[in-house]
Design a protein around this ligand. Structure first.
Ligand SMILES: [Zn+2]
Length: 535
């Protein structure tokens, strides 16, 4: 038996006929638009509300987000004291846990983002504690964790990363970037499969709550794909996921076998693909680790910390492209972006364009305007996390002072890239920041912090229209996912991946969009979320 949505303001996303008033579904597939309900249909009365294709999230970290729900809960703590109280409460409630691993805390709570091990020792002296910062490139450890990792005054900084030290050279408790973070994370016990499954279930529910039914997992390490497979086997993979296996700069050649085997292991599983290889080209501007051509304004000899030797990046992108994988490259600084473009260009020159891998560059933060046309020329999907594209305190305190005014205005050129003819898609980087597409898209449209309608519009020429933002969140993500024949628009023959929205975001003031709710979410015609239990 089918169902029909009636009395809706249905935005189909199909440019030929963008609006409809009714929509019928049979066995998870849209079978008609604008028709009458059939006898026996379940009627879903939209009562005049907006209906959209459900959203995608082109860059997120579902398991890490799910782990945050498992505790200790650090998000939303306003002060260091509250943060520490939450860690203590969790430790006291879980006396048998050998390690406390959690996330994520806001770096601005301590000067320079440098947190002291002793602060954690005061609340948990008896076992290792390691907490991730919201950037997921930094951790804060207590003394027991530093000891477990063998980090002492004598430990040299590793190649890719550093140990923040006190004036006397002793490790302070904050570790930055890959190799330093790994010193301690390698010693922490891996999560059990049961914990991973629980985390994934919580993450899927959180995505459904905000209208997201496809997610690019942009950081999959060994042991993580297994959680998705197990979740699917238990019938709990309620939304679609594509896995991005993380390539490691020094051992990617050994990883090729794992890439291919993991892709094969998910073949045929509903809602699950593994088409993508994730690269970190560089770090972040806030930490002076994004790779920049001209040096940081407040540290002119520092050009950041590229994660890859650039020839190796090109060689790896070429190798995985030849295997039919889609590269998904984190690139933040202008040099990191330029070299990511070079790597994709090199792969296309070597392999020919027949692989059509729809390469993705994600974040696209500080892009030299001269590189904008290369996205369209190389067929690259520019994936943006629009919540960051405003003059919030992260931008004004931690980012703009590092790069100066001219380069500040190079950031997140969404409109320029869209107008150049390149495909764009949207994402969140959750749990780095909020994943709610309605809040994030408001920033893409206004370039204002949500809830601050009278602020100064930041970099206004890069604002998108509501229509452009919605399309980037739906069809744009579907294109990134190779899913555009299945979902992303509401058309006959496509999956009933649908959301019901509490207000018509095309009609209201754009500065109000963040306060609009997703009232209900369907994936493949199955309702997977309802706000307050009602349609
Ligand atoms: Zn990320």
């Amino acid at each position: 038996m089918g169902s029909t949505f009636i009395n809706g303001r249905i935005f189909t996303g199909n440019p030929q006929s963008p609006w409809a008033e009714s929509l019928s579904v049979d066995e998870g597939v849209i079978t008609s638009l604008g028709g009458e309900p059939r006898p026996g249909d379940t009627i879903i009365d939209a009562r005049g509300r907006l209906i959209l294709p459900s959203f995608g999230d082109g860059h997120a970290h579902p398991l890490f987000g799910g782990y945050e729900f498992l505790g200790p809960v650090l998000k939303g703590k306003a002060t260091l004291a509250e943060l520490l109280a939450s860690v203590k409460e969790f430790a006291d409630a879980n006396p048998d846990l050998p390690w406390i691993v959690g996330g994520s805390y806001e770096s601005w709570m301590a000067p320079g983002g440098n947190f002291d091990a002793r602060w954690l020792d005061d609340v948990v002296p008896d076992r290792p504690v390691v907490l991730r910062a919201t950037d997921y490139h930094t951790v804060w450890c207590n003394t027991a964790a530093l000891n477990a990792a063998g980090i002492t005054t004598e430990t040299p900084d590793p190649e890719l990363g550093w140990i923040v030290r006190r004036p006397d050279g002793s490790p302070m408790g904050t570790l930055r970037e890959w190799d330093a973070v790994d010193l301690v994370m390698e010693k922490a016990p891996d999560r059990s499969l049961a914990e991973k499954l629980h985390a994934l279930e919580l993450a899927s529910a959180e995505f459904a709550r905000t209208g997201i039914t496809w997610v690019q997992d942009a950081w999959v390490d060994p042991g993580m794909a297994e959680a998705y497979i197990a979740s699917a086997e238990q019938g709990k993979l309620s939304i679609r996921y594509n896995l991005g296996l993380r390539a490691e700069p020094r051992r990617w050649r050994e990883q090729l076998e794992w890439f291919v085997a993991t892709r094969a292991s998910v073949a045929g599983i509903d809602h699950l693909t593994c088409n993508t290889i994730k690269f970190f080209a560089d770090g972040v501007i806030e930490g002076h680790t994004a790779s920049v051509r001209e040096g940081y304004t407040d540290d002119p000899h520092n050009h950041g910390m590229p994660c890859w030797d650039w020839d190796e990046l090109a060689a790896c992108v070429t190798a995985i492209d030849a295997l039919g994988f889609q590269p998904h490259i984190h690139a933040i600084g202008d040099e990191g972006l330029n070299e990511s473009l070079n790597a994709i260009e090199a792969a296309q020159k070597t392999n020919g364009s027949q692989t059509n891998a729809r390469p993705v560059i994600t974040h696209v933060q500080m892009l030299d305007p001269r590189d904008i046309p290369r996205f369209a020329a190389l067929g690259i999907v520019a994936n943006f996390e629009p919540l960051w594209a405003c003059n919030d305190s992260l931008q004004s305190e931690m980012t703009a002072p590092h790069i100066g005014h001219e380069r500040e205005m190079w950031q997140y050129p969404m409109k320029s890239i869209l107008d150049s003819g390149a495909p764009i898609s949207m994402g969140s980087d959750w749990p780095v920041t909020d994943q709610n597409p309605l809040a994030c898209m408001e920033v893409a449209i206004t370039r204002l912090e949500p809830g601050h309608p009278n602020g100064v519009v930041w970099n206004p020429s890069e604002r998108l229209t509501v229509h452009e933002a919605v399309v980037a969140y739906t069809d744009g993500c579907a294109f990134q996912a190779f899913g555009e024949t299945t979902w992303g628009t509401l058309e006959v023959g496509k999956a009933a991946d649908i959301i019901l929205v509490s207000a018509n975001i095309f009609d209201i003031a754009p500065t109000e969009i963040h306060s609009v709710f997703v009232d209900a979410t369907w994936c493949d015609g199955l309702q997977i979320f309802s706000r307050n239990g009602a349609v």
